[in-house]
Design a protein around this ligand. Structure first.
Ligand SMILES: NC(=O)c1ccc[n+]([C@@H]2O[C@H](COP(=O)([O-])OP(=O)(O)OC[C@H]3O[C@@H](n4cnc5c(N)ncnc54)[C@H](OP(=O)(O)O)[C@@H]3O)[C@@H](O)[C@H]2O)c1
Length: 427
């Protein structure tokens, strides 16, 4: 007799009837992926888009521009939100949850901005809201943080979480493309956000990091409370220094416990050694390294943008709804969440055409300084709060790149004083 006969059936929902919002890169990708997975018993009943006049690859009977045709349809039990307008997405998702529909989204900007309220709505209306595609597209990081890592054990999560900036950096440094051409390619391939500033100025990575903080550490925070920048200020001379030192430059998101109750979190460009796992995460790929007390290190790598990789994560969420999966937010609800702090020191490389645009007095310690016409830089230690509260390091062509091991162990610079500045001959 087969073992199968003795196993009780799983409590699986019969049919998932989907109302899809958005038929762009990811929405159309999801439609195609669903065509190849009939066993899932999930079908799209209606698609709500913005521009009625656009030519579509499937029958026009699917489409509407009236959101209520989906939201008021009682047969539709799953709303999949894949639009590029975070404000409209928020009202769609809120309405759908209030009507008791399960919701799947990949809209990190919207999720990060309204995290607490969306959490409340899920509990109030006892319905599921899943969003694996919002962080690192095809890498199943949210479910791993939720299910696998116990809060006490996880000490850090860091990695490359934005596919388009990683694509741009790879094209510039490995293939010699200009920034403009690399961005254009990322847009043509469907990796970039409709508003590319979200990617290149680091907002998208900060949104993702804030979602990862909630699931990884139970820390709910607005992305604007995170120290971050993007890749727009990185210069050719920075790339030349990286090459000389056999390093790569990557936009890295980091969340690291600095003690039992406090967490450092930031998204900044960083020099990465060639033997670091992140050095070989190229193009639209994302990579994440988790560190925990007993398992030590895990490295996740996968496509972080594009139609099918993102649709794959959305599909996995839809499949999870069939067995009534919900995020439990245990770490947040057990109040084991730890607080975000900027009370730590970072070792940074800061370059500028004119050394006077580098605020040297903001540093606690300068260990290297170079002053040449059109190419000046310093390497030193700076308090994270000073970066968070000031913008000089993002302006006037100043570029700030973290060193390979950026968090400096707690040194009391107040006691040491600033003699190093004089030693470096720059003040
Ligand atoms: N592309 C990626 O690699 C990727 C990866 C991870 C997550 N995401 C996220 O996935 C979402 C969709 O991204 P995408 O790249 O697929 O965007 P996209 O290609 O620009 O498509 C956006 C779609 O949203 C529709 N739309 C915009 N406003 C709407 C509204 N108010 N009501 C109904 N439909 C509306 C548009 O309609 P029209 O077709 O009529 O213009 C279009 O079909 C975004 O939240 C994005 O951050 C994307």
């Amino acid at each position: 007799m087969s073992v199968k006969n003795n196993i009780p059936a799983l409590p699986i929902s019969k049919q998932l009837t989907i109302g899809l919002f958005g038929f762009g890169v990811v929405g159309k990708g999801l439609y195609e992926v669903l065509q190849s997975t009939p066993a899932l018993q999930a079908s799209i009943k209606k698609v709500c888009i913005k521009n009625a006049g656009k030519k579509r690859s499937i029958g026009e009977e699917y489409f509407t521009t009236n959101a209520d045709e989906i939201l008021d349809d009682e047969e539709i039990n799953v709303v999949v939100e894949l639009i590029d307008d975070a404000d409209a997405a928020y009202s769609i998702v809120k309405d759908a949850l209030q009507k008791g529909k399960a919701v799947v989204s990949a809209n990190k900007k919207m999720i990060a901005a309204h995290f607490e309220e969306l959490l409340q709505l899920q509990f109030e209306h006892e319905t599921a809201f899943l969003y694996e595609g919002s962080c690192c597209a095809s890498i199943p990081i949210i479910r791993n943080l939720e299910e696998y890592y116990d809060n006490d054990l996880l000490s850090s999560v860091k990695g490359i979480v934005n596919g388009s900036t990683n694509f741009i950096l790879t094209k510039i440094f490995e293939e010699g493309l200009s920034f403009k051409d690399a961005l254009l390619q990322a847009q043509q391939l469907g990796f970039a956000e409709s508003n590319p500033a979200l990617d290149i100025e680091g907002h998208d990575a900060a949104n993702k990091l804030s979602i990862l903080l909630a699931h990884g550490f139970g820390t709910i925070t607005k992305p604007t409370d995170i120290l971050y920048s993007g890749i727009t200020a990185i210069k050719e001379s920075d790339a030349a220094i990286a090459k000389q030192k056999n390093l790569r430059i990557k936009l890295v998101a980091t969340a690291q416990k600095i003690n039992e109750t406090q967490l450092a979190a930031f998204v900044l460009p960083q020099f990465v050694a060639t033997d670091d796992e992140l050095a070989n995460v190229n193009n639209e790929f994302n990579g994440l390294i988790t560190e925990s007390s007993f398992a030590d290190k895990h490295f996740f790598k996968g496509k972080g943008a594009g139609a099918y990789p993102t649709a794959a994560a959305v599909l996995s969420d839809i499949a999870a709804l069939r067995y009534h999966y919900k995020y439990e937010y245990k770490k947040y609800l057990q109040q084991s969440g730890i607080n975000l702090t900027n009370d730590f020191y970072l070792k940074v490389f800061v370059s500028a055409a004119d050394i006077n645009t580098i605020e040297k007095n903001e540093f606690e310690w300068i260990e290297e300084a170079h002053n040449e016409y059109n190419n000046s830089w310093v390497v030193g230690t700076i308090h994270a709060e000073k970066l968070f509260n000031n913008t000089w390091w993002k302006e006037n062509g100043v570029s700030l790149i973290l060193t390979e091991k950026p968090i400096v162990d707690n040194v009391d610079y107040k006691k040491i004083g600033k003699q190093s500045l004089a030693l470096a001959g720059v003040v």
